[in-house]
Design a binder for this molecule. Structure first.
Ligand code: SF4
Ligand code: SF4
Length: 709
């Protein structure tokens, strides 16, 4: 490159003259960046431990899929395509950016592997990449400032918007691309003028357009512009590098690490403290998260990595109905807190309680733990563990909402949230009429079985949901399953007790049930309750494999043991509502649909929000006892979605969904126009049995008791 330097008019002459200035700029920029990042790491070093250094291959796979492959971005078409384009542009430009930086101190530098034809091809590709990134930035600025997608708005209750910061940073990247292109264009234009071998600029790219417009300028001006382009590139590059850790664009630096260290076992809840076994929990002085420093280092990295894209909140059912929760602001408020309390310049101050300062108790109790936010986040930011940790902290301080105190007390004394007697647990199966068609044995030393039907509290005690229990038992009986129940020996699975932060109570319930299951001698467990399914699968240890009844039904439909009568009502249009703890948390999406589609003549439509984008019914478990501030019931929104899809029957596969959806049908004024049925109930009605047919009327029982409503 220096071969062409013959005078101060040559474009690269000034570059060669500025070597010491650029060396100084490199040193200053890197030193400032290292200092800022070191300061940003201070809270992470003081944070709770979090063992995320295992399974490097699986983590690498996650990086390839979610970071490099931008897997989740196309879920939002415009923003997703935009992000993929400029992300690909950045990746492509990385080697060029380093080459340009090094050229300032070593003008002949060529990146290894990028000389000759490969280098030429790379230059063409990067000319276009710089153009694409520049155009993407302009588009993003216009979009953020003029079209303003609703999800970028910041309601006053959640603090101030970071829009100006976002636009400023987008503009800086656009300037960086222009400076880079100007430098390349001036170099090429300067070489054309003296008739030397000119560097190529890809046709119609930004460097090409600039080169064409520079050709008519006097050589000294072109030389000056080359130097100016280089200097602006240097200054913008290092300014961006050092400014990004002060705002939302810090994710550019942290996202790779955030994705690498993301949670691999997504269904599992974080323990109270990593490294402390259940047996030693009584030695833990304080449970959960009360101050910022109680978060784990990974959760703090999440806060730094949130790109403020609003996708999580856009999919959050609590946010959709005006509850005081928007997951995006769980991150943004914590990051603002970290920046304020752990400043780059000045002393760190820690220890402020989070509830009452940046979070409200209602905000934390509003979460249904549906997982929609985590499913959507392109950077794999976690929320459920944080919410549960905040609840653990509140429970530890005795700050449990009034409406939850009674069910929690009942769970403690009776093992179910309704305070019902243990001996009544199997009453749903003991009605004379039912016993005659489907005897259900209670497992004990004399009565063994291969399979345990784990019923759980709501199906055992809620008069309406008992119908799901009876349908499940009849289906198991029909397919020839040797099964039984635990009866009085079964306590609540504790699934939602745990998610409400009552870890000690959960452990007591889990240990009791584990002992009872082991004593029963069964080799597998089946349940009709996705919450129990999730608990037995992820929260319990040392219990036999568990299946949801929809998985059993799908298998037996395929095996031919379950055959259906044709659907009779040709005016019925069915839609399947994915329960969060069956779908999103355990990826059981196809089995229930396969079962429905096997019923001859059944018309099924899909709601706009289904499968991994399913919209929570409003939350199960103890959520049924909690009345948050909201503008509308979550379930009402869901029922309206079903109506919009053209359905008049909502099929679900969870007793808690059934409570919320049936209530919502009434509240929405859709009684008589819309009904809800559990998949097990529908299958039980439609099974082609020899001799007997269980009609819809025979399966229904009066609904006298609905938990918590
Ligand atoms: S948590 Fe994820 S989805 Fe939510 S705003 Fe941040 S980056 Fe976007
Ligand atoms: S888990 Fe569901 S309710 Fe909770 S913050 Fe995420 S999307 Fe909202």
């Amino acid at each position: 490159m220096l071969e062409g330097i013959q005078s101060g008019a040559n474009p690269t002459f000034w570059l060669a003259q500025g070597q010491f200035l650029f060396l100084f700029l490199h040193f200053l920029g890197i030193a400032c960046f290292a200092y800022i990042v070191a300061r940003r790491l201070v809270p992470l070093i003081r944070a709770e431990r979090d063992p995320r250094f295992d399974r490097p291959l699986a983590r690498l796979g996650t990086v390839l899929k979610f970071w490099l492959g931008q897997w989740k971005h196309p879920r939002y078409k415009t923003a997703g395509i935009l992000h993929i384009l400029f992300f690909a542009g950045f990746i492509l430009l990385a080697a060029r950016a380093f080459t340009v930086l090094i050229v300032g101190v070593s003008p002949n530098f060529v990146m290894p592997g990028l000389s000759g034809a490969t280098g030429h091809l790379y230059e063409v590709a990067t000319d276009y990449a710089a153009t694409v990134v520049f155009l993407c930035m302009v588009f993003a600025i216009v979009r953020r400032s003029v079209f303003k997608p609703a999800r970028y708005e910041v309601p006053a209750k959640f603090g101030k918007a970071h829009k100006a910061d976002a636009i400023f940073l987008l503009a800086l990247i656009a300037i960086l691309m222009v400076a880079d292109s100007l430098f390349e264009a001036a170099k090429a234009a300067g070489q054309v003028q003296p008739g030397q071998h000119a560097e190529f600029a890809a046709g119609l790219s930004l460097p090409w357009l600039l080169k064409v417009s520079l050709l008519s300028l006097p050589l000294p001006v072109v030389g000056g512009l080359c130097f100016a382009g280089y200097l602006i590139h240097e200054l913008t590059f290092y300014f961006l590098l050092c400014y990004r850790p002060f705002g939302i664009q810090f994710h550019v630096e942290t996202s790779l690490f955030n994705v690498y260290f993301s949670k691999l076992d997504r269904g599992k809840l974080k323990p109270v403290k990593w490294g402390v076994s259940d047996e030693h929990l009584d030695q833990v002085k304080s449970f959960g998260v009360k101050t910022f420093e109680d978060f784990t280092w990974k959760h703090m990295l999440d806060f730094y990595s949130c790109a403020d894209c609003g996708r999580c909140s856009d999919n959050c059912p609590a946010n959709a109905v005006g509850r005081p929760l928007s997951p995006r602001f769980i991150s943004i408020k914590a990051r603002d807190y970290a920046f304020q309390h752990y400043p780059v310049f000045g002393r760190s101050k820690n220890g402020t309680p989070l509830i009452g300062s940046i979070y409200s108790d209602d905000e934390v109790w509003s979460c249904t733990t549906c997982g929609a936010c985590e499913e959507e986040c392109p950077l794999l930011v976690e929320y459920i563990d944080k919410v549960v940790d905040l609840r653990r902290g509140m429970v530890d301080d005795g700050a449990v909402p009034q409406s939850l105190q009674k069910p929690l007390k009942a769970l403690n004394s009776r093992g179910n949230p309704y305070g019902r007697m243990e001996k009544k647990k199997a009453d749903w199966a003991s009605a004379k009429d039912f016993r005659q068609i489907c005897p259900v044995k209670t497992l004990d030393k004399k009565n063994g079985a291969d399979t345990l039907y784990f019923v759980d509290s709501i199906t055992s005690f809620d008069d309406r949901m008992q119908s799901i229990g009876r349908a499940t038992a009849r289906i198991l009986d029909h397919v020839g399953e040797n099964f039984g129940i635990l009866g009085a020996a079964e306590k609540d699975s504790g699934h939602d007790v745990r998610r409400f932060g009552e870890e000690t109570l959960f452990m007591a319930l889990r240990d009791h049930n584990t002992d009872a299951i082991k004593a029963s001698g069964v080799t597998r467990v089946v349940t009709s309750d996705p919450h129990a399914y999730n608990a037995l699968k992820h929260d319990y240890k040392d219990v036999p494999p568990v299946e949801h009844i929809s998985q059993v039904m799908a298998r037996e439909v395929k095996s031919g043991k379950i055959q259906f009568r044709p659907a009779e009502d040709d005016t019925a249009v069915y839609t399947y509502h994915d329960p969060c703890y069956l779908g999103r948390h355990n990826q059981v999406y196809d089995d229930p649909r396969d079962v429905l589609d096997a019923i001859p003549g059944l018309k099924r439509v899909e709601m706009a929000r289904s499968r991994d984008r399913s919209f929570c019914c409003g939350g199960g478990g103890l959520m049924l006892f909690y009345e948050p501030k909201e503008e509308q019931r979550i379930g009402v929104k869901r029922v309206q979605m079903a109506a919009e899809a053209g359905a008049n029957v909502i099929v679900t596969a969870c007793p808690f969904c059934m409570v919320n959806i049936e209530d919502a049908i009434k509240v929405a004024g859709l009684e008589g126009k819309m009904t809800a049925i559990d998949l097990a109930e529908l299958v039980d009605q439609q099974i082609a049995r020899e001799g007997t047919v269980v009609t819809k009327e025979a399966a229904e029982v009066p609904r006298e008791f609905v938990a918590g409503r």
